[in-house]
Design a protein. Sequence first.
Length: 94
Amino acid sequence: MFKLDINEIASQIELEGAWRDAEYIQVKNALYSQSNSEDQRESFNKSLLLLLYSNYEGFCKSVFSIYIEGINSLTLKCHQVNAPIRASSLQSVF
């Protein structure tokens, strides 16, 4: 495993967010271009809300994975990290 620096972590997070934003905008534009009425737009907005939630959930999961990978790449000892990180490292044990 290679060691990640803060710039690499930030870059990975930005890339993760960028493609999700682009996907959302693409779907939104496609739906809105097909709408003929305000009722259709309202219906599309409900669908977009689900997509937005899904994108946000996936983004959070990916960012946490990037963060964990960055921490793990430092190969720190338990006494070198704070209590919540120590506790989460024991999750698989319990």
